[in-house]
Design a protein around this ligand. Structure first.
Ligand SMILES: *[C@@H]1O[C@H](CO)[C@@H](O)[C@H](O)[C@H]1NC(C)=O
Ligand SMILES: *[C@@H]1O[C@H](CO)[C@@H](O)[C@H](O)[C@H]1NC(C)=O
Length: 381
């Protein structure tokens, strides 16, 4: 009894100490927790790291039960994902129901799953079967949630790459690609019907990398710059991300909808790239994400939607060493897998170590290590 209350007090003291040594985020920013790597810390340690950062919104690309379990009774809101390889099956109500019963329902309500992203960047490729399955899969998953009485807590959407735009500049002229018109029209009707957001993965980095001589670096990094004025609306844009979001709003409006919110399900900047990947540096990544966090903290909206604070999940929490593609793909993380920041954005997280892990060469203070030592001492005493 005395021992446990002593421990509890000690834990509080230690947590208080560790909290006071980090600057807390508390910005309402979300983060993408990608796991295409073989060297990431366990989900329970990640839960600790996110708590030290005060990040309470996480997006997964799957429904990893280990992660969802590690965050039970936490205050973290989860967006979970169904990969494109599931779309065909999810058009079958029996398989959709099985998936929800096995992968989602067991975690509710102790883990706060708020949204299922059905498919990721489906229109980026040319797989017409995938295109055709997308909306039926979204509808079937949604209908299953309704049948199970879960639709009030969990919503359904999908995430698009910006390749769905045929026109993106100026923002007021934003329009979807013509070959996607009928698909997106039907998807937008679905969003309006169930009141779910339209998600885009938006990377000003791609525009800069493809055209570093034309695209002003300040404009893509949220640094002070002249910006550009939309000739139709007279709205001034001083950063590309907000222009991209407003281009999507315009494209949606062209399809007859003003009732759907656009959210950024991924954005980020790589800290490292191949030789031909211009701009992929820790300095630029730090500026991009650091400046973006400030905008989120200030609850800024885009010029066309000034009263709707931008809703963003940054990509990504960790560098992911097994991602295929150019070097940049493996270097979007804010953190190395050992919990040290890749660059300084003015906030420091804390990843506890385990006492039985190999001896640390780092000099950071480990709450977990100390706590486990104390417990071991009390047990032996
Ligand atoms: C943590 O973030 C939430 C919003 O996400 C905010 O309301 C709260 O004040 C933050 N806490 C700290 C200690 O910054
Ligand atoms: C789709 O369903 C089939 C038949 O039940 C199953 O064998 C297959 O593994 C499923 N695909 C995925 C990606 O789960």
């Amino acid at each position: 009894m005395a021992a446990s209350s002593f421990l509890f007090t000690l834990l509080l003291v230690l947590l208080t100490f560790s909290d006071s040594t980090v600057k807390i985020l508390g910005l309402g920013v979300g983060i993408n927790y990608g796991q295409i790597a073989n060297n990431l810390p366990s989900p329970s340690r990640v839960a600790f790291l996110l708590r030290s950062l005060n990040i309470s919104r996480v997006k997964l690309y799957d429904a990893d039960p280990n992660v969802l379990m590690a965050f039970s009774n936490s205050n973290v809101d989860f967006i979970i994902g169904l990969g494109n390889e599931y779309l065909q099956n999810m058009t079958d109500p029996v398989k959709a129901q099985n998936w929800i019963l096995q992968r989602v329902q067991p975690h509710l309500p102790q883990t706060r799953i708020t949204c299922i992203v059905v498919g990721n960047e489906v229109f980026k490729g040319n797989d017409k079967q995938l295109w055709n399955n997308l909306l039926p899969a979204m509808q079937t998953v949604y209908n299953t949630l309704v049948n199970l009485g879960l639709d009030k807590q969990v919503t359904v959407t999908t995430a698009h790459s910006l390749d769905i735009l045929g026109v993106s500049y100026p923002p007021s002229a934003g329009a979807f690609r013509q070959d996607l018109g009928e698909y997106l029209h039907a998807i937008l009707n679905f969003h309006a019907q169930i009141k779910s957001p339209f998600l885009i993965n938006a990377y000003p980095y791609f525009a800069y990398k493809d055209n570093p001589n034309e695209v002003q670096i300040e404009y893509v990094l949220f640094q002070p710059n002249q910006g550009m004025v939309d000739p139709v609306t007279n709205l001034r844009y001083d950063n590309m991300l907000f222009a991209q979001v407003d281009a999507v709003y315009s494209a949606i409006r062209q399809m007859g909808h003003t009732d759907i919110e656009v959210r950024v399900s991924e954005t980020g900047w790589p800290s490292k790239g191949d030789e031909n990947e211009v701009g992929a540096t820790p300095e630029n990544a730090g500026l991009y994400n650091g400046n973006l966090l400030k905008k989120i903290e200030q609850k800024q909206g885009t010029p066309a939607k000034p009263n709707v604070p931008i809703d963003i999940h940054v990509f990504a929490l960790f560098n992911e060493n097994l991602k295929p593609g150019p070097a940049s793909e493996r270097n979007y993380g804010l953190y190395y897998p050992d919990g040290t920041p890749v660059y300084n954005i003015g906030v420091q997280g804390y990843l506890p170590e385990l006492v039985y892990s190999s001896p640390s060469t780092k000099n950071e203070f480990s709450v977990f290590s100390l706590l486990i030592l104390v417990i071991a001492y009390l047990i032996s005493a």
